[in-house]
Design a protein around this ligand. Sequence first.
Ligand code: SF4
Length: 377
Amino acid sequence: METSATEILGLSNQELTDLVGQLGQPAYRAQQLFHAIYRQRISSLDELTTFPKSLRAAMTEQRITLSAPKIDKKFVSVDGTIRYLIAFPDGQSVETVWMPEGDGGEAGDGTDAGDEEEPTSDSNKKNYDRATICVSSQVGCAVNCKFCMTALLGLKRNLTAGEIVGQITAILNDHSVDLDKERINIVFMGQGEPFNNYDAFIKAVRLLVEGVGFPQSRMTVSTSGVVPRIYDLGQEPVRPKLAISLNASNDEERTKLIPINKKWDIASLVEAARAFPLRNRERLTFEYVLLDNENDSPDNARQVVQIIRALGDKADSAKVNLIAWNSGPEIPFSTPSDSRVHAFQKILIDAGIPAFIRRPRGRDIYAACGQLKRTQS
Ligand code: SF4
């Protein structure tokens, strides 16, 4: 009987140790493999030069594979943002977005995912001081937020931990990033609801920290409000920062925009956020996509103030990112005017809540928030 193939991209140190044991190899081979896959970011077994050729041949014979996701297409925005179509061997693909920041300002993804530190001088050789990678966790999404183009795809399938990590390593390689010198943030805000693919998502986080070499403080995960997983995330020893996509100021409106609000309403979200253990200097982010004349009135802003105040002790650590909605075909909303966005922000700031307006990135190439739908042009 033919043995099934074993994909090693996405395996943990322990899983690799078991694998090399089955091959009759000493444990240090697992360390070499782990280092090559994640730190060196090799994309095929041929690049595994620390292994003798005979061992690589034996691995191939045993149908052990390393199939790094491939960059299928790249769309480059006038603002430097790049939307990648990343293809997997089964023919599915997702989008991953690279957002360079050359101005020392806050991250363009809307999170300021990283630590507050100065860019390193070595990275100045490139045309960015730092960058953010927005990664997908599923092919499509089942949450069905009414303002999101990804929702139109429906859920095709979950990604594996290896496919999540592989999107990131493919893009790091495309930019020849040296993680010891360059400051790169990761946001789990691409296609999919990461908390609906929790095990693969959190395994990918561990591999990115222990293998690829990202500090956990440079990662942010955004959820549409899958409340039980917020509690789970709080218990993880290694985890990204948390961002909650609020996007409405009352349950009636939120249920209309994000149907899972029927299951987990704003009160249950607030309760989970109150219980979420924050690290030193860590902020809890609430994202609010502003839709013209839908959720962007002064009354809406005043209701958001009440929601943040309901966080009790945690209110001091909360901040709100305001994102003027990015238009997309087939979606019946419009982008609010700058004056409406600023008026909304002012109400929050006057109430003592840090509120930031996020620059849209890559709108012209459908790379901005809520626009990821594998658009081919
Ligand atoms: S906004 Fe996020 S959670 Fe909502 S449908 Fe789009 S991808 Fe899914």
